[in-house]
Ligand binder design. Structure first.
Ligand SMILES: Cc1cc2nc3c(=O)[nH]c(=O)nc-3n(C[C@H](O)[C@H](O)[C@H](O)COP(=O)(O)O)c2cc1C
Length: 251
């Protein structure tokens, strides 16, 4: 058998397989929470309201045309308002329908299996450290302040093929985890292809939103899975990291 066959099958539409499955949703199993809970005494940081005043390029045509993976950044910080905009553009809640949140990105069945973590290095008024975005509240949750953040980012992002250690020079590293059961509950064995497609939309919005504020981003698929899951305190099974992107002001 062609050694790619199994992985190729995963890429194909599995609608006929879905028709034969009895999902947890169909079985009446309670729906998993849409948002990861947090301790009530957590340190929460307000994010500025998002308005179009933040844009330096309003023209979507220009943003699409000029977008490039950016691996060289200026030493300038991103403002908290700019970070707020990027978080909103990638996972912000813009509506509610049938008990599900609708966001700035499309997502199969509005299952939104992602959490956004940030390794913040150079954001105005924010201490270096690890944070999580709370989409429902549009706020940031401090997980821990971190020392030697550049070293940690270099360890996480391994040997980069294009520009060595570029991610540690970014203002912020976006890290998207998935909690697959949010999608498996509804789509069972056909959830996993959908999750991968979903996260692509998230990162593309980060590219375009970055472009619209004079920043650049670069998607990162090469990373140390075990290390990053451990740094984020994830179990690697029910929640694990799926994708990363570095963002900084363009040089
Ligand atoms: C899924 C995915 C993973 C990627 N992983 C990396 C990476 O680990 N390191 C890197 O430097 N670029 C990475 N890139 C960026 C690609 O190399 C880049 O998109 C490609 O070379 C095309 O260039 P452009 O984005 O400037 O058009 C990744 C892009 C995608 C979509």
């Amino acid at each position: 058998m062609n050694r790619y066959a199994e992985n190729r099958r995963f890429l194909k539409s599995n609608f006929s397989e879905f028709a034969t499955l009895k999902t947890d949703k169909m079985k009446g199993t309670p729906k998993p929470p849409e948002f990861k809970p947090y301790e009530p005494d957590s340190q929460i940081i307000d994010l500025p309201a998002v308005t179009e005043n933040i844009l330096t390029t309003q023209n979507i045509y220009t943003c699409i045309k000029e977008r490039r993976s950016t691996r060289f950044y200026s030493s300038e910080h991103l403002s908290l308002a700019e970070l707020s905009y990027l978080l909103w553009a990638t996972q912000g809640v813009t509506g509610v329908k049938g008990g599900l949140t609708l966001r700035t990105v499309p997502c199969s069945g509005a299952t939104h299996s992602f959490e956004t973590y940030l390794l913040i290095r150079n954001i105005e008024t924010i201490a270096q450290g690890l944070y999580r975005y709370l989409p429902q509240e549009h706020k940031l949750l401090l997980i821990s302040k971190l020392e030697e953040i550049e070293h940690k980012i270099n360890q996480i992002t391994l040997d980069q093929p294009f520009v060595p250690r570029f991610a540690s020079k970014a203002a912020v590293l976006f890290i998207w985890s998935t909690t697959p059961y949010r999608s498996e509950w509804k789509y069972d064995l056909t959830a996993h292809k959908k999750i991968l497609i979903d996260v692509g939309h998230v990162c593309q919005n980060l590219y375009l939103a970055s472009e619209s504020i004079g920043a650049g981003t670069c998607a990162i698929g090469i990373y140390d899975q075990a290390l990053i899951d451990q740094i984020l305190g994830l179990d690697g099974e029910e929640e694990f990291v799926l994708y990363l992107a570095a963002v900084g002001k363009k040089q």
